[in-house]
Design a protein around this ligand. Structure first.
Ligand code: MG
Length: 206
């Protein structure tokens, strides 16, 4: 079931780093996920949140999206993916929360998506909910990516899904950490790979 055209239009005009084919694959994968609580790590302006949120509504799940909203390393001034229009004049720092709020309002997903603002370390200190879907797309440093997998993936119940973004087999195509997390997941023997689209990998907990 493709994403509703009106919501697709919202997602397509939302800033982000998710190509259309990977967005569609994420939406499709989520539609096959069990209902329950879903967690997205790394929200940015909410492009993937629209795809996941629409699927969550369709299957009756609740989506939590987690981000500190100050941008990853590669979004900071002087880096490749910096967008000066996202700098908050009050703090002088990147601030993507208002963009996310606009995205969710435009998509009509405020009642499906719970927005959690904090670092993944902060939230890991109190997170206790079983997950039926986990989408890892947060900090892409080795330490950050491994942390997020290490603390949140144990909450995924059998039959639940793990999606990982920016998984590049070849170093010339992108950074290593998401690939290393994907390999760690496969090597753990607890996940079965369901599919790959571009740099998106979808696994299911055995
Ligand atoms: Mg990504």
């Amino acid at each position: 079931m493709p994403l509703d055209p009106a919501l697709l239009a919202v997602a397509d005009r939302t800033k982000g780093f998710l190509p259309p084919d990977e967005a569609a694959a994420l939406h499709d994968a989520a539609l096959a996920a069990p209902t329950g609580t879903w967690l997205e790590v790394g929200t940015y302006c909410g492009k993937s949140t629209v795809h996941l949120g629409a699927a969550a509504r369709a299957v009756g799940a609740s989506l939590v999206t987690l981000d500190h909203h100050r941008g990853s390393e590669e979004n900071q001034p002087g880096w490749q993916w910096h967008d000066p229009s996202l700098v908050d004049p009050h703090t002088g720092r990147l601030e993507t929360l208002p963009s996310l709020r606009h995205t969710l309002f435009d998509a009509g997903l405020d009642d499906v998506v719970s927005v959690v603002v904090g670092t993944t370390q902060q939230v890991a200190a109190w997170w206790s909910s079983p997950l039926t879907l986990l989408f890892l797309d947060g900090n892409h440093t080795e330490q950050g990516a491994q942390h997020d997998y290490g603390v949140y993936s144990p909450f995924v119940v059998p039959g639940g899904l793990l999606a990982i973004h920016d998984v590049f087999e070849h170093p010339e195509d992108g950074g290593r950490p998401p690939w290393n997390v994907y390999r760690r997941a496969l090597d753990s023997g607890t996940w079965t790979e369901l599919g790959a689209t571009g740099s998106l990998r979808v696994l299911a907990r055995r």
